[in-house]
Design a binder for this molecule. Structure first.
Ligand SMILES: [Zn+2]
Length: 305
């Protein structure tokens, strides 16, 4: 099987230590989402991290529907939204205040900033929507942490009692292309056992965190280093096993039909208020920036139902 080194999730296990993980590698997917909006670097990095984390987290869940990761805060970046379908379609966008962003980033040597600096106080939430009449799973945690990965770390500690280590890297390479990566290692619940065995598992977990910490941003995002090769480089002494990868891609779920349905749900006077002088209405999808234009006759047809 030829190695695909981009836009994929590589599941793995370090069986002797009861650890499992996901390595996410993002190339064209990330670049497409970020450049379509032409976000300033600080916003692009933050959204890129949210995308890498959302893909990694969604890959640890069994679901049939849409996984959404969202942050809301009182900082310059008000909102980050990423969703990942169980079929591997990923989309995301950010809402930010350009003036406030320029003010907080002024004098900063780095293109990226911390959660407190850019997102402010607020929360990070994820939901799994599996359609009508199904349970909507939701996790929520305060934006407490320097990075989004740290916020998610808090979440795991608080709500799931699952020990997890997470490392994320997002950057624009020398060719001006955005790339990203995420390494997530989780500890499977410990079974009761003799003390020696438990100590060995504890040591294995600490070792894995140290090795994970030793991976560089370059390694996490390097297109020429396959995820399996990176995992082997990091964990080969501990008996890492890799499983089948699955692909992810940038894909929005908006369509003219969906927008029509939304317009139809508006009362007639509100629909008219949306209109331009010529009576047309243009709706732009926040996720993918695609514009849908409806001329006056189209709107009359929608109004007629
Ligand atoms: Zn769209």
């Amino acid at each position: 099987m030829p190695a695909i080194a981009d836009d994929l999730v590589q599941p793995f296990e370090i069986e002797p230590f009861h650890l499992r993980g996901r390595l996410v590698r993002l190339g064209p997917l990330l670049d497409e989402i970020v450049t379509r909006h032409d976000y300033p670097s600080a916003v692009a990095v933050m959204l890129g991290e949210a995308i890498a984390l959302a893909v990694a987290l969604s890959a640890t869940l069994k679901y049939d529907g849409v996984f959404t990761l969202q942050t809301k805060g009182d900082g310059a970046i008000r909102l980050l939204v990423v969703d990942v379908t169980s079929a591997g379609a990923v989309r995301g966008y950010a809402q930010f205040d350009a003036d406030r962003l320029a003010a907080v980033m002024a004098g900063s040597a780095s293109a990226s900033g911390s959660v407190p600096k850019l997102l402010g106080a607020g929360y990070l939430a994820f939901t799994v929507d599996q359609g009508e009449d199904t349970e909507r799973y939701q996790g929520i945690v305060a934006l407490e942490g320097g990075t989004l990965a740290e916020c998610i770390h808090h979440y795991f500690r608080q709500s799931e009692q699952i020990a997890a280590g997470i490392k994320v890297a997002v950057h624009r390479n020398a060719a001006g292309v955005w790339r990203g990566g995420c390494l997530l290692v989780q500890r499977l619940p410990l079974e009761e056992g003799p003390g020696d065995a438990r100590d060995a598992l504890e040591d294995g977990w600490r070792r894995a965190l140290i090795l994970m910490g030793s991976s560089t941003s370059q390694e996490l995002t390097d297109r020429d280093l396959s995820p399996a090769a990176l995992l082997y480089r990091l964990f080969h002494e501990d008996g890492v096993r890799v499983f089948r990868t699955h692909g992810v891609r940038a894909e929005c779920r908006c369509s003219r039909e969906r927008i029509e349905r939304v317009l139809r749900s508006f009362p007639t006077d509100e629909r008219q208020d949306l209109g331009q002088d010529d009576g047309s209405v243009t709706v732009t999808c926040e996720f993918c920036n695609q514009s849908y234009r409806f001329e006056a006759p189209d709107l009359a047809a929608i109004a007629a139902g």
